[in-house]
Ligand binder design. Structure first.
Ligand SMILES: *Cc1c(COP(=O)(O)O)cnc(C)c1O
Length: 477
């Protein structure tokens, strides 16, 4: 934080900077010690005085900044910035419901309560209550996952990337894996099918072309050393136009003819048919198992609406082998994940109530009029905050599911737009508003498109709305 100094400012010398001891005696600093402890306050004070020394040496420190009141103010701002938690609660108005950078799925109350209990009390994480003997943590959710997917067996790891790595590392090390060129996905955050394949010690055999792959492409590529045919769900892109994809059923048939398994990286992994809520159709895990896939992997925190996790389901012998792989121990989930996952999965037992109980689905199916109501409430508050150089309007807009789920499908939504109507440059004027919103105690994140700031209210909870209303009417007073 350098301070621009005017030529008529008297610049401080290093010798003008007070000693730590003198500052520690000030009443305001004593109050900070009361709150944060002596050690942290002295350490932070030393750090600030060092910074001031550097500024003085660089002839950039006006003497006025060494006034006691200025020093205390600077220090207290520095200290509160230092102790502010790094993980912050935010308000997601990006219009992307499952936003990877904002933590993906929000969890329902059942999961939150279960995590709180698991945090506070011992639990049977690896303890068989019936026999009193050691248990397996997978047992907490395996039967439930099988019930919901029709699979024979299941296991859970840290995320879907880990699930794919473990699956390949168990079934395909030193062997070939046949994948269509149209499915060599890169997911954000550096997950790429060819790279994960290499790390698992498997050899990728690409077949077909980007837009067209035929059944004979798979057949022709099968050798003695083929471990599996693998299908990867094109989560975050769509190949359109002159295309041909081999269906999972066909792949399974080819695989069976040659005695090799077919595996599927499903990505999102939804457990119910979303079309019943007017959402785009995605293959469910059950359909994938029914189509004959031997092993299927999917994420816990995408469309499933649970905690970050990777779920592997499929044939018992393969899942057994996966569980025995030493990598499984390295990639296993903690109790908080399992505490959150079980109640989320349990909600799927009553699909008719899912849209009200599962937070992700509730957000994805939110009626537009609800968001419009919020927009009407928020509009005058925001307009007053941004001033007459900007125009705030309530408008219909389109949200995305996100997290690579159904990349081209968009949901009718409602929100606020902010446009610059002043006389300067619109681009930087809009960025100023974006920065101001991002700088709030609970940062508000929207999206800018063509010099317009879009604040999509799909993910604005009643609490969020109350927070913003209070914040913006307070500062009006
Ligand atoms: C999202 C996704 C992954 C990665 O899953 P994470 O749970 O983020 O590790 C892998 N494959 C596909 C097809 C995906 O969509």
């Amino acid at each position: 934080m350098s301070t621009p100094c005017q030529s008529n400012d008297v610049l401080a010398q290093v010798a003008d900077i007070p000693a730590v001891d003198r500052l520690l005696k000030q009443a305001e600093i004593a109050a900070l010690i009361e709150q944060h402890g002596h050690q942290l306050v002295t350490q932070q004070l030393r750090q600030m005085l060092n910074q001031l020394r550097q500024l003085a040496l660089a002839q950039q420190l006006p003497l006025a900044q060494l006034e006691p009141a200025a020093l205390v103010e600077r220090f207290s701002a520095q200290l509160s910035a230092h102790v502010q938690p790094k993980l912050r609660s935010m308000i997601n108005l990006t219009g992307t419901v499952l936003h990877t950078n904002l933590g993906r799925a929000l969890l329902p109350d059942e999961a939150i309560q279960s995590v709180v209990t698991a945090l506070k009390t011992p639990s049977n994480l690896e303890f068989d209550i019936r026999t009193g003997k050691r248990g397996d943590r997978d047992d907490l959710v395996e039967a439930l996952i099988c019930e919901l997917t029709g699979a024979e067996a299941a296991t859970v790891v840290n995320n879907n990337a880990a699930a794919v790595l473990l699956m390949l590392g168990t079934m395909a090390t030193d062997k070939e894996v046949i994948v269509s060129r149209g499915e060599l996905v890169e997911i954000g955050g550096a997950f790429r099918i060819p790279d994960i394949m290499k790390r698992a010690g498997a050899q990728l055999v690409e077949v077909g072309t980007t837009n067209r792959t035929h059944a004979h492409d798979y057949e022709d590529a099968i050798t003695e050393n083929t471990s599996m045919l693998m299908k990867v769900h094109c989560s975050n892109y769509a190949v359109m136009g002159f295309t041909k994809e081999v269906s999972l059923q066909e792949m399974v048939q080819i695989g069976r003819q040659h005695g090799i398994p077919t595996t599927v990286d499903l990505g999102s992994g939804t457990l119910v048919n979303l079309a019943q809520w007017g959402l785009p159709d995605e293959p469910t895990v059950r359909q994938t198992i029914e189509a004959g896939a031997d092993v299927v992997t999917f994420s816990g925190d995408k469309l499933l609406g649970g905690p970050q996790a990777g779920i592997i389901v499929g044939r018992k012998d393969y899942i057994q082998a996966i569980k025995k792989n030493p990598l499984k121990r390295a990639l296993r989930v903690g109790k908080l994940t399992l505490a959150a996952l079980e109640p989320v999965l349990a909600l799927y037992r009553s699909p008719e109530r899912l849209a009200e109980r599962l937070t992700t689905l509730r957000l994805l199916t939110r009626p537009q009029h609800e968001m419009k109501q919020q927009a009407d409430v928020l509009l005058p508050c925001l307009q007053q905050q941004v001033g007459a150089d900007y125009q705030v309007e309530a408008e219909p807009m389109l949200s995305q599911i996100g997290s690579g789920a159904m990349p081209i499908d968009v949901l009718p939504s409602y929100g606020l737009t902010v446009r610059y109507v002043g006389s300067g440059r619109a681009g930087s004027a809009i960025m100023k508003i974006e920065q101001w919103l991002r700088g709030l105690a609970r940062p508000v994140i929207g999206r800018i498109h063509h010099d317009t700031l879009y604040l999509d209210l799909r993910c604005l909870s009643a609490d969020d709305l109350a927070y913003l209303q209070a914040l913006w009417s307070d500062s009006l007073a």
